[in-house]
Design a protein around this ligand. Structure first.
Ligand SMILES: Nc1ncnc2c1ncn2[C@@H]1O[C@H](COP(=O)(O)OP(=O)(O)OP(=O)(O)O)[C@@H](O)[C@H]1O
Ligand SMILES: [Mg+2]
Length: 261
């Protein structure tokens, strides 16, 4: 992950703080599509100190079109221990109606005796938390944590009631150039020709600090000639086709578009 090191350290400190109260349990990362919420959440999940501090770690992507059964099954798969191998048979026995309750019961049981860290990534529906998920993560004073990521301000009110909100920030020019350069040139350290670097910095700046745009534009630029002439041309025109193409990529387009609704 490039940059945002102070945000990473702040969130990590809050996740690993000892002696917490119920209202410290839930932490949210809020921000528009492509700003880096999932990237930061995954970096936290794989941080060595977090790995050692939480016995069970769960990462579940929710998204706008989820089914409760899929979300619960996904969580259960990650909290299950080998002694619970018969759970699947049990779920079949209780039939469709009892299935969701059975899944919830097994999750609560699976999290019972340990400190856990759960990431609920890309939560859109506040009701999903209040009606279905909150009851799984009961405060026991053992410093377990739930990290939510969301594009939606309303969803973040979960943490206003129960925890703490972090608003993601845009990348500054240095971070933007760092990310752009890495995506185009990999980890190669040699210095670039002055004019090419100057144009590259300007192109990165024109991405307005949004990592998704930087990555997409870098992807386009890594496939075209790395000549100072072409790069300077792209750098000089904010509405250059490279930027328009970056926004028109189907994935990019829907992500950015949805977040402005
Ligand atoms: N700090 C970073 N360092 C390197 N790459 C990053 C960083 N932040 C984001 N990216 C890249 O930018 C893209 C978008 O990031 P990410 O998926 O984390 O955004 P998001 O906020 O979760 O978006 P969404 O709301 O659509 O889920 C990804 O390709 C990711 O690899
Ligand atoms: Mg995401």
């Amino acid at each position: 992950m490039v940059g945002l090191s102070e945000l990473f350290s702040d969130v990590k400190a809050r996740i690993t703080r000892e002696g917490s109260l119920p209202e410290h349990m839930t932490i949210s990362l809020i921000g528009m599509a492509g700003i880096g919420k999932t990237t930061l959440a995954k970096k936290l999940l794989n941080d060595p100190f977090i790995l050692s501090r939480f016995k069970k770690r769960v990462f579940v992507t929710i998204g706008p079109k989820y089914t409760l059964e899929r979300v619960l099954s996904d969580i259960l798969r990650q909290v299950k221990t080998t002694r619970e191998v018969d759970d699947d048979k049990m779920i079949v026995l209780v039939g469709e109606e009892g299935k969701l309750a059975a899944l919830k019961g097994l999750i609560i049981k699976g999290l019972e005796d340990c400190r856990y860290f759960v990431v609920l990534d890309d939560l859109w529906d506040i009701k999903l938390w209040y009606r279905e998920l909150a009851e799984l993560f009961i405060w026991r004073g053992d410093d377990s944590r739930v990290l939510l990521t969301t594009r939606i301000g309303d969803v973040a009110s979960i943490s206003a009631d129960w925890g703490f909100n972090y608003r993601m920030r845009f990348m500054d020019n240095k971070e933007s150039w760092d990310l752009f350069r890495r995506k185009v040139f990999g980890d190669q350290q040699e210095s670039l020709p002055y004019e090419l670097e100057k144009a590259g910095k300007k192109i990165a700046e024109n991405c307005a600090g949004l990592p998704l745009t930087i990555v997409t534009v870098a992807n386009i630029m890594s496939k075209v000639d790395k000549t100072t002439e072409y790069w300077t041309e792209v750098a000089g025109a904010q509405r250059h086709s490279v930027f328009l193409n970056a926004y028109c990529w189907p994935k990019t387009y829907t992500q950015v578009h949805v977040s402005y609704k």
